[in-house]
Design a protein around this ligand. Structure first.
Ligand code: NDP
Length: 484
């Protein structure tokens, strides 16, 4: 049955200069429901000329009302927007479930997180300031934190609401004007967000949204000579293209490119406490999470016990349509289903310990069974490459040094967790692990918007979330006044 989206905005339009308009070509792209493969609507197919118009509108906003706002006014705007989002949490969750295939409770969490980002950056807007610097006799020196101007935001399909919150929320808080290119497979909550921003009173042009293909609208935005900062979340391959395009204009980029994040379980670890994290961090959002924990490193004396307890959980996992609100929904697209299935094929030589089960998962949907492998060598492709599906590998280790080497042995470095009761080991490991976030006896810390987030190695560079994002979306100016 085709589900009704019940949208209060027209999904086939772009938001440019505060107005919903058709893209220049009038072309559209189909919207598919990942849970059953049915077409549920269409979105605009914006191209370079629409990006040109959006960037021009953003510059006008900076010269006009938006550029004149005080930090306190921007904070109040973000609070108003946060309240409007909060009033629509159920609508947004349902739209996301249908568009992206996320089980409802997970989609609801994303909407709640979006509210938190808006509250956090609303509260922070008027608390960001420069410094005075003691200097030579006769000088007064201080720094100013200024917005870049126009910021471009390329958002992927896995967590649209959260990523819009952390990037657009922070960029607006410090006074940038934004051009947002959502992923073609996940545009609807971006458009809903933009409509709510209008309702909250955002001056026209301060936020512009141009849906379309990454290779068209996305590439045009990242190469645009009048964009002063690019924020990108997605694959390493596209991240490299984005950085190269931005480099031609000498424009800074923030890249968040995923990972192969380990949880390291030592022999003195508390398995009852760890178990939900060990599994959930791998299967949440069907494993399509940049910070998914796809590697579970277990000290050999606890290996059999951890594998069996995780297997019990896997066997209980139910997979089905997003609106059925089970443990795991479909993958975003047939393409992603193909990528994950091919990884599963390449794991045919591994010991498959357990898998989840389908529950009313239509054959036309993009489903794969969550799968747990054990006894995996760190050199195996499933232990090295980002899979972006509900697949985890258990890797044995003997010593702390070996665990460290395996944990640091991939190209990535986004997140890691350490499960041990030994305080000295906790501190040692936290220093030795090469990732942007380390969790001790937890994983993800509830995803707090306050916690700076970003990668090392091929997981990217730059930091989002927390106050760090505000520094990242500003340019620092030093003023040295000589007064004798
Ligand atoms: P991409 O990196 O290609 O897509 C991410 C975003 O970039 C989307 O908004 C996409 O738009 C846009 N984009 C694509 N090409 C360009 C370009 N040339 N210039 C500017 N923007 C562009 O990832 P995929 O969606 O193809 O997913 C492939 C793999 O990437 C996944 O299997 C996963 O491993 C990884 N990934 C990681 C994410 C993370 O959170 N770190 C998020 C998503 C994917 P559009 O979708 O419209 O083409």
């Amino acid at each position: 049955m085709t589900e009704n989206l019940n949208l209060w905005f027209d999904p086939e339009k772009c938001l440019i200069a505060g107005k919903w308009i058709s893209c220049a070509s009038g072309d559209s792209l189909p919207l598919m429901n990942p849970s059953n493969g049915e077409r549920i609507g269409a979105i605009a197919r914006g191209r370079a000329s629409d990006i040109d118009a959006a960037v021009a509108a953003a510059h006008e906003a900076r010269k006009g009302d938006w550029g004149r706002t005080t930090a306190a006014e921007r904070g109040r705007f973000l609070f108003r927007l946060g309240k409007l989002v909060e009033d629509r949490i159920e609508d947004l969750a349902r739209i996301e479930a249908l568009d992206v295939g996320k089980p409802l409770k997970q989609a609801r969490n994303d909407a709640v997180a979006l509210v938190r980002y808006l509250e956090f950056y609303g509260g922070a807007a008027d608390k960001l300031h420069g410094e005075t610097i003691p200097y030579l006799e006769g000088y007064t020196v201080y720094t100013l934190r200024e917005p870049f101007g126009v910021t471009g935001h390329i958002v992927p399909w896995n967590y649209p609401m959260q990523i819009i919150g952390r990037s657009v929320g922070a960029a607006l808080a410090v006074g940038n004007a934004c051009v947002l290119k959502p992923a073609e497979d996940a545009c609807l909550t971006a458009l809903a967000f933009a409509d709510l921003a209008r309702e909250a009173g955002l001056p026209e042009g301060a936020l512009n949204v141009v849906p379309g293909l990454g290779s068209e609208a996305g590439a045009a935005l990242t190469a645009h000579p009048n964009v002063q900062h690019i924020s990108f979340t997605g694959s390493v391959a596209t991240g490299v293209q984005v950085q190269m395009a931005a480099a031609r204009n000498v424009v800074p980029v923030t890249l968040e490119l995923g990972g192969k994040s380990p949880q390291i379980f030592f022999e003195d670890g508390d398995l009852e406490a760890a178990l939900p994290f060990l599994v959930n961090a791998g299967i949440q959002n069907a494993g399509q999470t940049c910070s998914a924990s796809s590697r579970i490193l277990v000290q050999r004396s606890r290996l059999a016990e951890v594998a069996e307890r995780m297997a019990e959980k896997y066997r209980a996992l139910k997979v089905g349509p997003a609106l059925a609100d089970l443990d795991v929904g479909p993958l975003i697209s047939a393409k992603q289903q193909g990528i994950v299935s091919s990884f599963l094929d390449r794991g045919a030589d591994l010991e498959k310990v357990a898998e989840g089960r389908f529950l009313d998962a239509p054959g036309e949907g993009n489903y794969v069974k969550p799968t747990l492998f054990a006894g995996v060598d760190p050199s195996h492709v499933l232990a090295r490459d980002e899979i972006f599906g509900p697949v985890q590998v258990i890797i044995p280790f003997d010593t702390e040094d070996e665990a460290t080497a395996i944990a640091n042995g991939t190209d990535y470095g986004l997140v890691a967790s350490i499960w041990t009761r030994d305080g000295a080991r906790q501190m040692r490991m936290a220093k030795k692990i090469r990732t942007g976030q380390v969790f001790i006896n937890n994983y993800g810390a509830g995803g707090g918007v306050e916690l700076p987030f970003g990668g090392m190695g091929k997981s990217g560079h730059g930091r989002e979330k927390g106050f760090e994002a505000l520094y990242g979306f500003t340019s620092l100016k030093t003023v040295a006044a000589y007064h004798g």
